[in-house]
Ligand binder design. Structure first.
Ligand SMILES: [Fe+2]
Length: 176
């Protein structure tokens, strides 16, 4: 089972500067890039994915997550509905700021999914029916494809906000 795969993204530094310019320095949960902002990020990333992986993809969404100091995210799987219809199985995560002390962790065990009590966040809640075990941990400090259809979360273990851009593509980029 592959949980993540680092990818060289030549436009990473350009994307970092752009994303930082879109944050006012105040804590918010996330910033979604839409319309021309999404098209701009797509123009950079679609070219890099083609060049590095030989894949023709179209950008589907780009969300910058802003995790406050010491934030520990609930364990979840990404998606709006339990069937995960049209939900991506992988995301390309690009570190923007202070990502060196915020590991992403994946877990194994048996579970069923229920809708998250919050409608605003694209998370499905995990209900464990067996003990859950830590499967693997990775500090995402370089652009990395990550599995988002396996129980996971991040922990910001630093005293500064952590900014991570998470991008999904059509079609999905498979890791394995
Ligand atoms: Fe997630």
């Amino acid at each position: 089972m592959e949980y993540f795969k680092e990818v060289h993204i030549p436009n990473w530094a350009t994307i970092q500067s752009y994303c930082i310019s879109k944050w006012d320095g105040k804590f918010t949960t996330s910033v979604s890039f839409l319309n021309e902002e999404l098209a701009y990020l797509g123009s950079l990333l679609e070219a890099d994915v083609k060049q590095q992986l030989g894949l023709t993809v179209k950008i589907k969404s780009a969300i910058m997550f802003i995790n406050d100091a010491r934030f520990v995210q609930d364990l979840h799987i990404d998606g709006y509905t339990i069937e995960r219809k049209n939900a991506s199985n992988t995301a390309l995560n690009l570190p923007i700021l202070n990502c060196e002390s915020g590991p992403m962790m994946w877990y194994s065990g048996d579970f069923y999914l229920t809708k998250s009590p919050s409608n605003t966040i694209k998370y499905l809640k995990i209900n464990w029916t067996t003990e859950c075990k830590l499967a693997t941990t990775k500090i995402i400090d370089k652009p990395t494809l990550v599995c988002i259809n396996i129980p996971h979360h991040i922990e910001n273990q630093s005293d500064l906000p952590r900014l991570m851009l998470s991008v999904r593509f059509t079609p999905d980029i498979n890791i394995g």
